[in-house]
Design a protein around this ligand. Structure first.
Ligand SMILES: [Zn+2]
Length: 96
């Protein structure tokens, strides 16, 4: 078994170690991520984007006119639509 050896620092020690993430970019990254998620949901008409918005009257598959948000009425309409929907359509269910 070897014994640990001491490391001798020969140069000046930096006052601070630079961060891996540049400052001021967190918001931009989050904005881009949220835009990408909403665009994907809109494209496939998934979630709240599967129903038209009763607040801003956009059709299903379109983004709400509110920036970076989905109107609460649209979310409620989606949840109400889900209550009447079965996960397996009747035609796909096994026949016994
Ligand atoms: Zn809306």
């Amino acid at each position: 078994m070897s014994t640990p050896t001491a490391v001798r620092i020969t140069g000046p020690i930096p006052a601070s170690v630079p961060s891996r993430k540049p400052e001021g970019t967190g918001g931009a990254i989050l904005d881009a991520t949220l835009d990408g998620i909403y665009e994907t949901l809109r494209l496939y008409r998934h979630g709240a984007f599967s129903v038209p918005c009763p607040s801003c009257h956009v059709p299903a598959g379109e983004l709400c006119r509110a920036r970076r948000s989905v109107h609460n009425e649209r979310r409620r309409a989606h949840r109400a639509h889900l209550e009447g929907t079965t996960l397996v359509p009747l035609l796909a269910a096994p026949v016994r």
